[in-house]
Design a protein around this ligand. Structure first.
Ligand SMILES: NC(=O)c1ccc[n+]([C@@H]2O[C@H](COP(=O)([O-])OP(=O)(O)OC[C@H]3O[C@@H](n4cnc5c(N)ncnc54)[C@H](OP(=O)(O)O)[C@@H]3O)[C@@H](O)[C@H]2O)c1
Ligand SMILES: *[C@@H]1O[C@H](CO)[C@@H](O)[C@H](O)[C@H]1NC(C)=O
Length: 181
């Protein structure tokens, strides 16, 4: 993909007032760096897979240094989807913290993301679970709980295998994600 030309067109949209801000999704540190060599307007946001089972520390540090907000998709690991993972919803650490605090595992995950300064895009088709997912703003995780969550095993839940092709721009999963974590 011609990042330079596409980003110039995005910048033009902002200059014309057609959009308030422009951002990217699934960008690694390497791809963000490449984009920013020519960018006049840096991306406002980078929306990536992020949850306690895939914490993206390197990418978060990079985005913070460059003033780019990080936004989390699959904040619960997208456990309901065929391409998703149970690493969040079945995590013994998250379940234990949830039980101790009288919260749900989903709420602990969402609150952890929020306390990292990352915005959350959680999906539910169920009214009760939507309410539950909004109930994360009047309590907090302690230093000790944050410490426990930081020790969780890390797995890239969604591999991106579908986007790999010998004839496409990304021939391996490593090339797609640039091995960021
Ligand atoms: N930028 C991108 O490339 C990208 C990629 C993927 C997804 N996204 C977006 O990210 C958003 C997040 O969705 P997602 O599918 O990635 O994954 P997700 O929010 O991690 O997980 C959604 C799944 O969790 C269930 N769920 C939601 N709240 C729950 C709760 N409190 N307790 C138990 N289960 C709960 C939902 O089922 P119920 O509906 O039954 O509650 C659904 O099956 C979506 O809007 C999607 O469009 C963006
Ligand atoms: C981001 O990556 C996921 C997983 O490979 C994919 O499902 C999604 O479509 C990608 N999003 C964009 C905007 O390319």
């Amino acid at each position: 993909m011609d990042f330079k030309a596409v980003w110039e067109a995005m910048e033009e949209c902002q200059r014309l007032g057609l959009v308030k801000s422009v951002g990217v999704s699934n960008f690694s540190c390497k791809k963000l760096s490449q984009l920013m060599v020519n960018a006049k307007i840096p991306p406002a946001v980078n929306q990536v897979q992020l949850n306690p089972a895939w914490q993206q520390r390197k990418l978060r540090d990079f985005c913070e240094e460059n003033g780019i907000l990080v936004s989390a998709w699959a904040p619960l690991g997208a456990s309901g989807a065929s391409w998703g993972s149970l690493a969040v919803m079945d995590s013994p650490i998250l379940k234990e913290i949830a039980a101790a605090k009288g919260k749900s595992t989903a709420q602990v995950s969402l609150r952890w993301i929020y306390q990292q300064g990352v915005s959350v895009i959680v999906k539910s088709f169920n009214k009760e679970r939507m309410k539950e997912n909004l109930g994360i703003f009047d309590w907090e995780l302690s230093e000790e709980e944050l410490q426990q969550i930081s020790q969780m095993p890390q797995h890239r839940g969604v591999s991106g295998q579908l986007f790999i092709s010998p004839n496409g721009p990304y021939k391996t999963v490593q090339e797609l994600w640039d091995d960021d974590s």
